[in-house]
Design a protein around this ligand. Sequence first.
Ligand code: FAD
Ligand code: PHB
Length: 390
Amino acid sequence: MRTQVAIVGAGPAGLTLARLLEVAGIESVVLENRSREYVEHRIRAGVLEQGTVELLREAGVGARMDGEGIVHHGINLQFDGERHHVPLTDLSGGRSIVIYGQTEVVKDLVAARVESGLPLLFDVDGVTVETLDSERPRISFERDGTRHELECDVVAGCDGFHGVCRTSIPAGVLSTFERDYPFAWLGILAAVAPSIDELVYAHHERGFALLSLRSPDLSRYYVQCRPDEPLEDWPDERIWEELQLRTALDGWTLHEGPVLEKGITGMRSFVVEPMQHGRLFLAGDAAHIVPPTGAKGLNLAIADVHVLAEAIVDRYASGSTTGLDSYSDVCLRRVWRAEHFSWWMTTMLHRLDGEDPFDAKLQLSLLRYVTSSEAAARSLAENYVGLTTL
Ligand code: FAD
Ligand code: PHB
């Protein structure tokens, strides 16, 4: 088999890249080691930056998002028993965010690919990436018990943090920058109307909590927990009890409902540089991870493939490799801004392990500053909705 671009991974990065290339008339093959069912039901992010929304719309996959996505113009920060509204749109020159689950983005992209009749192979095994330094990189994989070879011009490594593309780069090429956090998020999807109009990020002495949503009758709530805690230690009653305690506010009620799904996600910051080697280009979680407090993971993945698609299109249209050559440098500017913002939100809002009372006082002082100074709130807002000047 031969194609122009081989894409490893059918998450948001791989599927969006395939779609952008299709629109530009460039061939690609997408290889995914999980099933379609699995990929379409993996519950993850929920906040789309305006730039992400605009790109999906331009790529012709925005119809359901425009119908069902919920536009938000602000978020809330809660601490010391008070809830403070941060008017994102007013503070960011009119920009907003859209609440639309990553599962739905993935379903829309898969449906579009299937409708176009273009190659998207699920359930492939044993993907290996070879001869990255040559003009003709080769991918080998197994499907239905048969080994296949795919030759291409460019490999897009969109296979997430645990994928094979990053690890196929020879030792010594990549530099790794990382930070682990001594806490995790326990997330639930609950069949109950959200008790809030806009997201609530709550700082509390018992630990952080986040109130989010997916639709008029689905709530998505999180509580900070320890990364090593077994899920069995968190029966539904305990989760609701912690959510109630950490988000309590006079005159407001958190409504409970059946828990449809729950899971624990560890938190880390991670970046490799450069995000490319020879003809292999890493995009999304394959190259970087952010803790979810800034709602940046999915948006960064899509921003990467936007840059990559334009560079590939230019390479075929003009023969110039300038865009491809600067891919990593261009992406890393946004990546590091998001890394800093996500670290900043995370350390401002979570209960730190064995917390020093001095740290707790600094957190509260910062929260008070961000919710009382327009300059500080504006900085949060422009980062949260997604910077346009990078
Ligand atoms: P992925 O979505 O990971 O997609 C990679 C794809 O590659 C997957 O489909 C995988 O099955 C496939 N793959 C892996 N290895 C191979 C292989 N060897 N061969 C072929 N295919 C392979 N972000 C937020 O902003 N908010 C959140 O609440 C949030 N929650 C998260 C919860 C979890 C459990 C995780 C892991 C991440 C979460 N994130 C969140 C981050 C966000 O979901 C990711 O940043 C986003 O999914 C990145 O997209 P991606 O396409 O780069 O990677
Ligand atoms: C979500 O809705 O899942 C969500 C929202 C905001 C975040 C992280 C996750 O910062």
